[in-house]
Design a binder for this molecule. Structure first.
Ligand SMILES: Nc1nc2c(c(=O)[nH]1)N[C@H]1C(S)=C(S)[C@@H](COP(=O)(O)OP(=O)(O)OC[C@H]3O[C@@H](n4cnc5c(=O)[nH]c(N)nc54)[C@H](O)[C@@H]3O)O[C@H]1N2
Ligand SMILES: Nc1nc2c(c(=O)[nH]1)N[C@H]1C(S)=C(S)[C@@H](COP(=O)(O)OP(=O)(O)OC[C@H]3O[C@@H](n4cnc5c(=O)[nH]c(N)nc54)[C@H](O)[C@@H]3O)O[C@H]1N2
Ligand code: SF4
Ligand SMILES: [Mo]
Length: 760
């Protein structure tokens, strides 16, 4: 933390906040058009500006830091008077490689959660009556050490699992992995990437070698053509959307494939409305048209890929009739997309969860990776693949740092004897070569008593897992559950001990964003009450469980990461701070970092891209007479996930205070439903009651519900059992449901109504 020092800047910050208000109210550049005006009450913004105006800047702390919401990785200065965050103001453009001078509403205004009345400020333990009571750190940590220790003693460390937090820093996630393997003796450690982009990581790693974006954010502005699918970019990655729209305004082509006519579709050269769950089909069809008409990049294919003949054969089944029938896309749209991509010199392929959250997500991603490779769109400016990552630090904390059942930091395979020996030596412990459970599998393994205790850090599994009626039963039945979070979230309600952690404004470390840039996160406020940064909690716990950890700062932890992780071999906090950001792979102190992957070779044994034949796939659960609609789920701009942070933001809650279901006008008429009416939505696994929003944004056979509301938790409807066979990602984007008008009226929606299982 440092104090502010420049008298003139005082006006600057106050002035900035006034201007921000104008922007939020009028200039709706990167917020969904037409709704920005309602986002924040004028009073709220005025108060912020006023409160800065009333203070002397030298009394304020200011730190240049990285946003803790999404993985775009916007940078800004945060101003605090020690009590609260007063303003977020973009840093100098050159210090903010991704966002330049813009940020979205969450990064700019989403800080009320930090001081929220229900923020955890002391550990909680269950008393004899089963209720929580506050405890000292000493008592709470002793209870945790005993609870986890007992299970380890009786059933072995493998009976324990850890869910690590992609909200937390790289350094903390590194320690979570080390803690699981060294202290608990389990490889069952995973994180939210499993619910999100693990199929991207698997599919890209198999084809190209690295499970990450090949490009930098700047490449969006260098491309002649951008294909976007399964990404509600303006709402989920607003600042990336701004940069894409900028390039489209300058003449680039934009192709959007999505079941919902999302806002970015308005800017598209071509928008194709697709049936959810058949992405490999239309992607293969585009590849087929390109190959059968010799529109591919022959030289690139010849020199830099293997498997071309196999994929040429495998795409032949995707004939125009088949494609139109299952995906709903007319052949002419396949042809025009194929030709636009083939004609472009530089094309970026961008995607998010619409492609990955399926029982065949890895195949979808491999089909996309094939398309990028056959058109030679890799390893050059303005061309490549970009899965937009989700949580602020899921790339680094959720992947690179190795809190994973199968990998050590830097994607080093735990089954490799030499690599395992390196970590056994560094960590002074024995590590099993057997992979642990993925998150989704942990919940299934608990049914068989293969998992008996869990340590859940910064993840709200009781809402975010698929099939939460099942997840809740598992959490309830665990022999021991520790939750480490900012709040008593829905998951913590099942815990034996809750440990109060602190947020990204209260600690120092690094995050790695969606384009592999490692950036500094800096403390601007003291930890709230008795809360502690995750790394300090882990250190205390490790030491109570027989180890001697002695880190005095997160910079020291990063030095250990650097020594064990080749792709972070040149990355230290000092360097990241000095240079503003460093992109991995960065092999040593003299290496400049990597702006773009695969310029010369792929990260495979022979240096070539290994194209993977991908056949027909369909969702695990198809609509039928009983459950005739396809439900898809996702996000809205102003809310973040399970709401732990954004529901505490008054301005944001004014805009999206409650849940809704998007229903096509035809469906609405057929069922006698009008906008605002309550609707009962039933799947084979459960039901929820939500108000209808009648709109032709969705197709007539589909409905959409956001994921942000506990009271009508959409994951009561989704399926925990049908997982991607490679990546174990759930099929969040497709469930078969029935919709019926809810007869009871709003006041009669009881908790029991919305919270119990369905009629299966
Ligand atoms: N405001 C906000 N921003 C966020 C988040 C948040 O909670 N709130 N969360 C962050 C995280 S962790 C993540 S992972 C990202 C997610 O970012 P996105 O993936 O963009 O978000 P979603 O809304 O889940 O879904 C994306 C799109 O997939 C489409 N879709 C649904 N089914 C299919 C299908 O079968 N095929 C295709 N091709 N498309 C389909 C939906 O219509 C939607 O437009 O957002 C990040 N940013
Ligand atoms: N149906 C459906 N379900 C989905 C999805 C979908 O599209 N559809 N998307 C999936 C995806 S992509 C994701 S990423 C998940 C998200 O699901 P979760 O990761 O479970 O969601 P969050 O609400 O972000 O939970 C993060 C928790 O971390 C806490 N926290 C914040 N900062 C810190 C910190 O520094 N330390 C600690 N210890 N805690 C902290 C917050 O208070 C919060 O409780 O949801 C998944 N679930
Ligand atoms: S786009 Fe993402 S990183 Fe940027 S300010 Fe918004 S939430 Fe934060
Ligand atoms: Mo995510």
């Amino acid at each position: 933390m440092k104090g502010g020092n420049d008298g003139d800047d005082l006006d600057g910050v106050a002035g900035y906040m006034q201007q921000a208000k104008q922007e939020a109210l009028q200039n709706v550049e990167h917020v969904a058009e037409g709704v920005a005006a309602e986002t924040l009450s004028e009073g709220n913004l005025f108060e912020i500006a006023q409160s800065i105006g009333d203070k002397r800047l030298k009394d304020l702390n200011v730190a240049d830091t990285t946003c803790g919401y999404c993985a775009v990785g916007c940078r800004f200065d945060l101003y605090s008077d020690g009590e609260e965050i007063l303003a977020a103001r973009p840093t100098e453009e050159e210090d903010a490689p991704v966002n330049g001078i813009s940020t979205c509403v969450k990064g700019k205004f989403g800080y009320d959660f930090i001081n929220s009345d229900d923020r955890l400020t002391a550990p909680l333990v269950r008393d004899e009556t089963g209720e929580f009571r506050e405890a000292t750190w000493d008592e709470a940590l002793t209870r945790v050490a005993e609870g986890l220790g007992q299970i380890k003693e009786q059933h072995g460390g493998e009976a324990l699992s850890v869910i690590a937090s992609s909200k937390a820093t790289n350094e903390e996630n590194y320690l979570m992995g080390k803690f699981a393997r060294q202290v608990l003796g389990t490889n069952s450690i995973d994180n939210c990437n499993r619910l999100c982009h693990s199929s991207t990581v698997a599919g890209l790693a198999k084809t190209y070698g690295y499970g990450a974006a090949s490009i930098s954010t700047d490449d969006f502005e260098l491309a002649d053509c951008i294909l976007l699918t399964g990404s509600n970019t303006t709402e989920a990655h607003p600042v990336l959307a701004t940069r894409i729209k900028q390039n489209v305004r300058d003449g680039a082509d934009l192709l959007v494939f999505d079941p919902r006519e999302i806002q970015i579709a308005e800017y598209a050269t071509q928008y194709s409305q697709i049936n959810p769950g058949y992405d490999a089909v239309w992607i293969n069809a585009i590849t087929r048209h390109i190959l059968n008409n010799d529109l591919h990049d022959e030289e690139f294919v010849e020199e830099r890929t293997t498997g071309f003949e196999e994929i040429k054969e495998s795409v032949q089944e995707f004939t125009p009739d088949v494609v139109e029938d299952v995906t709903g896309i007319p052949h002419a749209e396949i042809v025009s997309a194929a030709e636009t991509i083939a004609e472009a010199d530089r094309c970026v392929f961008g995607w998010t969860l619409g492609l990955t959250e399926h029982s065949h997500g890895t195949e979808n991603v491999m089909a996309m990776a094939n398309l990028a490779a056959v058109t030679g769109n890799l390893g050059k400016p303005g061309a490549g693949v970009s899965p937009f990552r989700g949580q602020n630090n899921v790339q680094g904390g959720g992947g690179d740092m190795g809190p994973l059942p199968d990998n050590f930091p830097g994607y080093q395979d735990i089954a490799d004897d030499e690599i395992r020996a390196k970590f056994e030596d560094a960590w002074d412990c024995e590590i099993s070569p057997e992979y642990g459970y993925y998150t989704t599998q942990m919940f299934l393994a608990a049914d068989e008593d293969d998992i008996r205790g869990m340590y859940i850090i910064g993840e709200n599994s009781a809402l975010s897992e698929p099939g939460v009626n099942h997840a809740e039963a598992v959490l309830e039945d665990l022999e021991f559950l520790v939750v480490q979070d900012l709040f008593v979230n829905e998951t913590a309600q099942y815990a034996d001990v809750v440990l109060p952690a602190c947020s990204f404004v209260e600690k120092t470390g690094t995050f790695t964003n969606t384009d592999r840039t490692v950036q500094m996160v800096k403390q601007v406020m003291e930890p709230k009450g008795g809360s502690r940064p995750d790394w300090k909690i882990l250190q205390d716990l490790a030491n109570r469980m027989g180890r001697e950890w002695d880190y005095s700062s997160t910079a020291e932890i990063m030095r250990e990461v650097k020594s064990l992780t080749p792709i972070y071999g040149g990355i230290s906090q000092e360097r990241v701070d000095r240079e503003g950001g460093v992109q991995w792979p960065c092999w040593d102190d003299d290496h400049p970092g990597t702006v773009r992957l695969y310029e010369d070779e792929f990260n495979t044994d022979d240096g070539k891209a290994h194209l993977q034949a991908v056949g027909y796939s369909e969702p695990a659960e198809l609509p039928d007479e009983e459950y005739p609609f396809t439900l898809t789920t996702g996000r809205v701009l102003y809310q973040y996930h399970t709401g732990t942070m954004t529901h505490r933001e008054e301005g944001i809650m004014q805009y999206t205070p409650s849940d809704f279901i998007e229903i096509h006008p035809e469906t609405a008429v057929n069922h006698g439903i009008e906008s605002g009416d309550l609707v009962r939505v039933t799947s084979r696994r459960g039901e929820v009651v939500v108000p209808a929003q009648v709109t032709d944004r969705v197709g007539p056979k589909n409905v959409f519900i956001p994921i942000h509301f506990a009271e009508s938790a959409v994951n009561r409807l989704t399926d925990e059992e049908h997982l991607d066979p490679t990546a174990a990602t759930p099929e969040f984007k497709v469930s078969a449901v029935r919709v019926t008008p809810y007869e009871g009226g709003a006041e009669s929606v009881s908790t029991a109504d919305v919270a119990t299982g369905g009629d299966d």
